[in-house]
Ligand binder design. Structure first.
Ligand code: ADP
Length: 228
């Protein structure tokens, strides 16, 4: 990639429960990088921001940095913070123009976001009380089964679903309209994407960089703020 440092860029940082994502955006290109969050996640976020900037030969860090995610308030470098809802919505509409519904499943929560025609958030539902179906649940199940989370889909594809006799009210209240975009780490499981598509009756789109949708959305919102 030939990044043009003569154009100012913005940064988005998504400090999630499990991973930290950094995206640089300059109106022509974006560059996305990820690291696992362990102890000192704000320090990891700072280092990831710096290493992503030095990768493209940027002296220092962008003047406009927006943070999102669970730990967004802990990033001193951030000029502003935005909710994950706002950032995933913005990132998803950039990756899939015309997107009307976003399903974001990350490390510890799941969200459904309904968008208006022009990409604004109309309403949303969020389950952050129960880990069922989230990345943490899948990686714990993977550990119990001795299967890495990246290989779970391969084992699950084509197997008949188990019937469950109860449904979380959060998911019961989802009525997605197409195009539906799936973001967050769990979107990388092709079997879950396929089963979601079957359940809602529309194809669920998993764009390249779906994992970065929140950080990308933050970088885009920061860019728009910078231009004002
Ligand atoms: P957060 O923003 O909360 O940190 P992410 O959106 O980065 O969460 O998603 C992280 C989660 O994604 C991890 O818990 C991990 O288990 C899950 N994950 C990553 N890759 C896969 C995969 N191939 N299949 C299913 N889950 C995955």
């Amino acid at each position: 990639m030939s990044w043009d440092n003569s154009i100012p860029c913005s940064a988005g940082i998504d400090l999630g429960s499990t991973t930290i994502k950094v995206v640089l955006y300059n109106s022509r290109d974006y560059l996305a990088r990820i690291k696992y969050a362990s102890w000192n996640p704000s320090g990891i976020a700072r280092d990831l921001l710096k290493s992503t900037c030095s990768e493209i030969g940027l002296p220092g860090v962008p003047s406009m940095i927006a943070a999102t995610g669970y730990g967004r308030k802990s990033i001193d470098e951030a000029s502003c913070t935005y909710t994950e809802i706002a950032c995933h919505a913005r990132g998803a509409t950039f990756l899939v123009p015309g997107c009307r519904f976003v399903i974001d499943i990350g490390g510890q929560d799941a969200k459904g976001i309904r968008l208006t025609d022009d990409g604004n958030v109309a309403d949303f539902v969020m389950n952050d009380k129960c880990a069922a179906g989230t990345g943490r649940f899948l990686s714990t199940m993977g550990q119990a089964l001795g299967v890495h989370v990246d290989h779970l889909a391969k084992h699950a594809l084509g197997t008949p679903p188990h019937r469950i006799n109860a449904m979380c009210t959060v998911f019961a209240s989802l009525h997605p309209e197409p195009p539906v975009v799936f973001t967050g780490g769990v979107s990388q499981n092709a079997d879950i994407a396929e089963r979601l598509s079957q359940e809602i009756g529309y194809p669920v789109i998993v764009p390249a960089d779906a994992v970065y949708a929140g950080a990308l959305g933050a970088a885009l919102i920061a860019w728009e703020q910078m231009k004002k």
